[in-house]
Design a protein around this ligand. Structure first.
Ligand SMILES: C[S@@+](CC[C@H](N)C(=O)[O-])C[C@H]1O[C@@H](n2cnc3c(N)ncnc32)[C@H](O)[C@@H]1O
Length: 631
């Protein structure tokens, strides 16, 4: 039985450096000697493409190199399940994760790499009043737990990044850079990201996005009028606009087929009154003539009608096109006049989105505030939430009703709300994954005046992640009253914490006690479910993967993904239970008819001694279960 320890790859988040080296080695095996990169050879292989000049084009700031390295270090944390704070835990595919988003993104890497279709984020704009997280480069998880008061109860106020700090832009860039770098790995090849920002950090954001995502993958910078009202108090310009930077994971991919190109179908169905029920959908009728097109000609239709363009007009179609249209039943006669059927489905394909967003499509910020007030019944609980209409409009860029959508600066949870509403409207099965820091409420922030009062009355702790969850719960409850709802209105809550597995960090002053403690390397305050979900995450399973559960020999056994992974994380498995459990697991495996190899995982300390473990491994082995591990 192979024991998985905190040092094994199976118990760690994705190792980006190792992945990068493996990619490079696959492309250039000759540039590797004994597992190390030989830069002289690599340089030769890349010829003129290498740049040895010291003064390089690009944006630099203090800490950039460290920020890049930070994106590559694996997380030592885990995500602990919180079914009691969730809605429809058993059936939902949506996620709301409480924690620092950099650690969370790293933890999601194994399970969600190349799975996300659309990322929308609305990070702090760096107004001078925003909380801008300072990463701890040595121990991200410990520092996070300390800051949020989960280590020794202290925690508290985080303070904002003021423009007097002398590191105003630097702090913001150091925070954004590693997050945008890791986020890219989660996107599918045809994935898209849209990032909201205002003029304070627009140029910096564009520079780091160009660097990390590639200038060639930039689709556009969209401009939006965020505020409707004019504040005449401004000294020079009234600042109303904010922007959305839109990049593709790989823009070239979109060019391959025009159908895949980023576009926003507009709902014009009202203008398409006809439908013959032949599967081609609604259509409208357009004249066959235009102001100036083809040389005039006459055409005789099969029903004997002879058509020619009216005086001063020209045929809109070439003669052979018209013949083909007639053959394909694309001509209809309206009061005797032949007309072209224009199908909605075909027209919609060709509308590229505009770079100046219309308030009619995306709404002003005030609309977001109003929506939040309607859901929570309180004002001044969150500063400038975005209108759901904006997110729903952006969802069309993803052009995929099954999209997995990620928002790792979730704020009040607008993205979750927008997805529930959009799925309800169009029958989509989009899934959301939100991440929000349990940021303490800043009592001095005028726009958060009643947040504490609201959370207190709802019986919640006083931080912004509680607000996100409460909005999702209330939105779900109000949308759930709509008749015949099949949309997924639930969400699973997970919280960032240190790993359930103890890393080998001996207390040198008390080595004997450290050794004893390490005999069971699972932390005492963690339960079976914590362990189970850490295992899923570190083995790369979706956190919403289908799970079946059974009692075998009085122990709970989980079958994941139709039986590819079977776990029994009970605290003790004794004597005769070993046989019963092993045979029960084999019988269940046979029943499930899992085609590939099966992995079975137990809790290491559940067995009395090594003999008991060997026993279990051998019985399972006899029935063809070869991959047996313990945690
Ligand atoms: C501008 S708000 C997002 C507003 C959101 N779009 C809405 O409509 O409500 C940015 C959010 O990101 C959160 N945040 C900032 N740093 C974070 C971090 N390191 N991890 C997770 N969330 C973070 C802040 O607490 C804040 O709620």
């Amino acid at each position: 039985m192979k024991r998985i320890t905190a040092e094994d790859p199976e118990s760690r988040s994705s190792d980006s450096v190792a992945d990068n080296i493996a990619h490079l080695a696959r492309l250039f095996p000759e540039a590797f000697t004994e597992g190390k990169v030989n830069f002289t050879v690599l340089r030769e292989l890349l010829g003129d493409a290498t740049d040895e000049i010291e003064e390089k084009y690009g944006l630099n700031w203090h800490g950039k190199r460290r920020a890049r390295r930070l994106a590559l270090t694996p997380s030592t944390g885990t995500l602990r399940p919180c079914p009691e704070e969730s809605v429809e835990w058993d059936s939902t595919q949506n996620l709301m994760i409480e924690g620092d988003n950099l650690e969370v993104l790293k933890l999601l890497q194994k399970s969600y790499t190349n799975k996300v279709k659309f990322i929308y984020i609305d990070p702090p704009y760096n107004t001078g009043k925003d909380f801008v997280y300072r990463d701890n480069y040595r121990d991200g998880i410990r520092s996070y737990l300390k800051i949020t008061g989960q280590l020794d109860g202290a925690g508290g106020k985080l303070g904002s990044n003021t423009d007097a700090s002398g590191r105003f832009h630097t702090n913001w860039l150091n925070m954004m850079y590693p997050r945008l770098k890791v986020a890219r790995t989660l996107l599918r090849e045809d994935g898209i990201i849209a990032v909201s920002i205002d003029q304070e950090e627009l140029s910096n954001l564009q520079k780091i996005m160009d660097e990390l995502w590639g200038e060639e993958n930039r689709f556009a910078i969209l401009t939006r009028r965020a505020m409707h009202t004019v504040r005449n108090s401004s000294k020079d310009f009234n600042l109303h606009a904010d922007y959305l930077l839109v990049y593709g994971r790989n823009k070239a991919w979109f060019g391959e087929s025009p159908d895949r190109y980023i576009r926003q179908p507009q709902d014009k169905s009202a203008n398409y009154p006809h439908d013959e029920g032949d599967g081609r959908g609604p259509y409208k009728l357009d004249p066959l003539h235009a102001r100036n097109y083809y040389t005039p000609y006459r055409h005789e239709f099969e029903n004997g009608v002879i058509w020619e363009p009216p005086k001063g007009r020209y045929p809109a179609y070439a003669p052979d096109t018209l013949t083909r249209m007639e053959r394909e039943n694309r001509i209809a006669f309206e009061r005797g006049e032949p007309k072209a059927k224009r199908y909605l489905a075909e027209v919609q394909k060709g509308v590229p989105p505009d770079t100046v967003l219309s308030p009619g499509d995306v709404g002003f910020n005030a609309e977001g505030t109003r929506e939040l007030r309607e859901v929570l019944g309180a004002d001044k609980v969150f500063p400038q939430p975005k209108p759901t209409r904006l997110v729903r409009y952006l969802l069309q860029l993803a052009n995929d009703k099954d999209a997995v959508v990620l928002d790792f600066f979730a704020g009040s949870g607008t993205t979750g709300h927008a997805i529930m509403a959009q799925n309800l409207e169009d029958g989509g099965k989009r899934r959301y994954c939100l991440v929000q820091f349990p940021e303490p409420i800043d009592e001095n922030n005028n726009e958060l005046q009643t947040a504490t009062e609201f959370l207190e009355s709802a019986g919640k702790r006083h931080n912004l992640a509680e607000l996100t969850k409460e909005r999702l719960r209330r939105t779900s409850a109000s949308l759930g009253t709509e008749p015949a709802t099949e949309a997924d209105l639930g969400f699973r809550v997970f919280k960032l914490d240190s790993s359930n597995l103890r890393a080998w960090e001996p207390d040198r002053a008390n080595m004997a006690q450290s050794l004893l403690d390490h005999l069971d390397h699972i932390k005492p305050d963690r339960n079976e479910e914590d362990l189970f979900y850490e295992l899923l995450l570190k083995l790369g399973y979706d956190l919403c993967v289908p799970i079946e559960r059974r009692e075998i020999a009085g122990k709970r056994v989980n079958a994941v993904a139709g039986g590819a992974l079977l776990t029994c994380l009970a605290e003790s498995i004794e004597g005769p239970e070993i046989d019963e459990l092993a045979l029960g697991i084999v019988a269940w495996r046979d029943e499930m008819d899992e085609a590939g190899d099966v992995t079975v995982v137990f809790r290491d300390s559940a067995f009395e001694d090594d003999v008991a473990k060997t026993n279990m491994t051998e019985i399972l082995g006899q029935y063809g279960v070869k991959d047996v591990r313990s945690l």
